[in-house]
Design a protein around this ligand. Structure first.
Ligand code: DP6
Length: 333
């Protein structure tokens, strides 16, 4: 009744923003992402008959029972318990090997690894699509981290959400890209993506027009990925990102994730492109900028980004594998 799994975070190239059902965590529209290797979350789940509540340990520290983070994990573990024929409490031990300050969604890798470890430890063997739909309940973006390489999250149309899962588009070996995360000095406290997207859909007049563009953007991005057309992928990715942020900024009150360095990076990336570098950017619910380039352009891109004063760190990731179990003997070694 024990299993360990790892998963990588992912970066959306066509953004997920907005929910049509908050209980089942169903998205308003689909999305598309690249799973990032080199950064991972490892999670061990042990069902124990000698504990009287779930225990959650994150990066070596036990989470407080009433905390939001604890609650999120326990609610998720309960979903798995409901599907299995045992009612033991779980000890969940999870660790990220990348700094949370990097602004990379640890909830994506976290719930993907937890979905796999919690179901395996319970003796449930789900298909990837079922695992993806389950991971979605923890965090929408986690549904995509079940797969390596490029993945498409399907909106689905069923009320029960059973068809709202991600599917693979192309494996990590398909395209030798790099994603450089330019970590900008943290400004004010972040508004979580959940909070930001709910406020946007409730109050922004730009939300629906933006959401209506997503399905077309997914088709265009998929074609660009299959053809390894960097320029076409960059065009749709920047458009999706800026549209999402514009809709958030038009909420009431406006949701603004950027700081001055974020904007400086946007301009710098575009200037580098005019100067002949193959490069594009995307930004999630935070001030950091993720810059994509073909592997051969990496050193040039690093030197451009490294010259910007407000950039405190550059983290380089490459296309990564999907969520996987860690063999028991590898864990005990
Ligand atoms: C901007 O997956 O964190 O990164 O489903 O509420 O947990 P919840 O939201 P989350 O949202 C991610 C938003 C985004 C875009 C994306 O990853 O597609």
């Amino acid at each position: 009744m024990e299993a360990t799994a790892f998963a990588h975070p992912n970066i959306a190239l066509v953004k997920y923003w907005g929910k049509r059902d908050t209980d089942l965590n169903l998205p308003v529209a689909g999305s598309l992402s690249l799973t990032l290797g080199g950064l991972s979350t490892t999670t061990r789940v042990r069902y124990r008959d000698d504990i009287s509540r779930d225990i959650v340990i994150l990066d070596g520290k036990e989470l407080r029972q009433g905390s939001r983070a604890y609650q999120r994990v326990v609610e998720f573990v309960q979903l798995v318990r409901n599907e299995s024929n045992h009612d033991y409490f779980a000890e969940v031990e999870t660790a990220n090997d990348f700094p949370t300050a990097a602004g990379l969604a640890s909830s994506a890798s976290g719930f993907a690894a937890l979905a796999l470890a919690a179901t395996s430890a319970a003796g449930l063997h789900l298909l990837d699509e079922q695992l993806s739909a389950l991971a979605r309940r923890g965090s929408g973006s986690a549904a995509r981290s079940i797969y390596g390489g490029f993945a498409e999250m399907r909106r689905g149309s069923r009320k029960d959400g059973h068809d709202a899962f991600a599917v693979p588009i192309a494996g990590p070996e398909h395209w030798d890209l790099r994603c450089v995360v330019a970590v900008t000095t943290q400004g004010e406290k972040d508004i979580s993506s959940t909070e930001g997207m709910l406020r946007t859909q409730e109050s922004s007049p730009l939300f629906t027009p933006w959401a209506d563009t997503v399905a077309g953007d997914i088709v265009e991005a998929t074609d660009a990925i299959k053809a390894r057309d960097f320029q076409a992928l960059g065009r749709v990715a920047e458009r999706s990102c800026l549209g999402m942020h514009a809709s958030a900024m038009a909420a009431d009150p406006g949701v603004i994730y950027w700081n001055p360095t974020t904007l400086e990076l946007i301009h710098r990336v575009r200037r580098a492109r005019r100067d002949g570098l193959q490069v594009f950017f995307t930004i999630d619910a935070g001030p950091h900028v993720k810059v994509f380039c073909p592997a051969r352009e990496l050193s040039a891109v690093r030197s451009v980004l490294g010259q910007i004063g407000g950039v405190s760190d550059l983290i380089v990731a490459r296309p990564g594998e999907g969520a996987a179990l860690v063999a028991a003997d590898a864990v005990n070694a």
